[in-house]
Design a protein around this ligand. Structure first.
Ligand code: PXP
Length: 250
């Protein structure tokens, strides 16, 4: 059964717009779980633009499903993760100027350093996932680094889906979908878990959820956006339904 990791960063984004105490990401985590979220994700960015350190403690405290901490591969973040002990850490690249994560982590280009970081997190009992582009050399390098999972960056797919108005027979979109599927097969063959995420929404999630062997999809912006109008529980339920229908598990 394909799983949904709900990223609640943007609940914190709204709160930080006023630097106040509401809306509370811990409440969002509870609501998402009540609707069947299989995992809760937060990204503690180095610039603390949305999620704050205290959110990590509070959200971890209300999580009855696994917590996935997205983080930059830095010593400071490793120390925080080893203290918080989430079930999984997803290593992502971070740029100060970016609006959101813009590309996958270049694991192949910094293998020695990332192997060391993966080793420290694993020694703390944490499953490590690499957020990477759908490239064979990045999957290979992730396996070499000792990662237990890879999350394939679906941003390029989402962009092409929008351009093609959802017509998966359009060559560029079909090609990207094939690349994501091939990366998934390579990940599973290497003994890792296959995750995907970034810029997935209610319209474009189907073809990704239908790929064989996907363990988890990590989705944030679209769910939080919908939750503004229909509430978090309904937004999570609708996404779970869309994924299950596409995966043929309804
Ligand atoms: N996966 C990773 C690694 C991310 O960095 C993000 C954004 O924080 C997401 C998934 C969720 O992306 P979106 O908010 O576009 O659904």
């Amino acid at each position: 059964m394909i799983e949904l990791g709900v990223n609640i960063d943007h609940v914190a984004t709204v709160r930080q717009a006023r630097r106040t105490y509401e809306p509370d990401p811990a409440w969002a985590a509870a609501e998402a779980q009540l609707a069947g979220a299989d995992c809760i994700t937060i990204h503690l960015r180095e610039d603390r633009r949305h999620v704050q350190d205290h959110d990590l403690t509070r959200v971890a405290g209300v999580c009855h499903v696994p917590l996935n901490l997205e983080m930059a591969a830095t010593d400071a973040m490793v120390a925080i993760a080893l203290q918080a002990k989430p079930r999984m850490c997803t290593l992502v690249p971070e740029g100060r100027q970016e609006v959101t994560t813009e590309g996958g982590l270049d694991v192949a280009g910094q293998l020695a350093r990332l192997t060391e970081i993966v080793g420290k997190l694993k020694a703390g009992g944490i499953l490590v996932s690499m957020f990477i582009d759908a490239r064979p050399e990045q999957v290979d390098a992730s396996a070499k680094a000792g990662a237990g999972a890879c999350e394939i960056h679906t941003g390029p797919y989402a962009h092409l889906f929008h351009e093609a108005a959802g017509d998966t027979s359009v060559a560029a979109l079909a090609k990207e979908l094939k690349l994501v599927g091939e990366a998934g097969r390579q990940i599973i063959k290497a003994g890792m878990r296959f995750n995907a995420g970034h810029a997935l929404n209610y319209r474009n999630v189907g073809p990704i959820a239908a790929l064989s062997g996907v363990w988890q999809l990590h989705i944030g912006h679209s769910i939080v956006s919908r939750a503004i109008f229909v509430g978090m529980r309904e937004a999570v339920r609708e996404m779970k339904r869309a994924m299950a229908e596409a995966a043929g598990t309804t």
